[in-house]
Each structure stands twice: as structure tokens, then as C-alpha cells.
Design a protein around this ligand. Structure first.
Ligand SMILES: [Zn+2]
Length: 78
């Protein structure tokens, strides 16, 4: 907690701006994303990897399916 540097109004921790004069309130952790949201990167990185693996598997399965269909279609029967 503290006072507004501009007008001296007593500030609450939740306030981002002084309600009296509208001045931006400097807070601990303000402007430091890591202090507010610790480690957002690993959680964000996991999903694309899983999607990439899934895509690779689907690509392999798709190619195999196309090859199988081609073999079935172009193999003379009887
Ligand atoms: Zn103020």
C-alpha cells in the first residue's frame, strides 16, 4: 500500500490507477508478467507439441491409407 505520488491519495493494493487523479499506480510485480503469472511458457508449449505429434501421426496414417487404397484400386482382380 502507499500514497499516490501525484496527489497523495491513500491507495489500495487492488487499484491500478488512483481514483482521485487517475495516475498510474506503481506496484510490486507490476510490469513483471512472471510475478503475476508464473511460468506461462511450459503450459503453452505442451499443447503445440501434442498437436504436432497428433498431426504427424495423422499424416502417416493418411499416407498409409492412400497407399493402401491405391494398391487395392490398381491391383487387378480375378
Ligand atoms: Zn492520485
Amino acid at each position: 500500500m502507499g500514497k499516490c505520488a501525484n496527489c497523495g491519495e491513500a491507495l489500495r493494493p487492488a487499484w491500478k490507477y488512483c481514483i482521485k487523479c487517475g495516475m498510474r499506480v506503481a506496484q510490486a510485480g507490476d510490469g513483471i508478467p512472471g510475478a503475476i503469472r508464473p511460468d506461462p511458457e511450459p503450459a503453452r508449449r505442451k499443447r503445440p507439441d501434442a498437436m504436432l505429434a497428433f498431426g504427424a501421426i495423422m499424416a502417416v496414417v493418411g499416407v498409409a491409407l492412400i497407399v493402401w487404397v491405391a494398391i487395392v484400386v490398381f491391383t487387378p482382380r480375378g
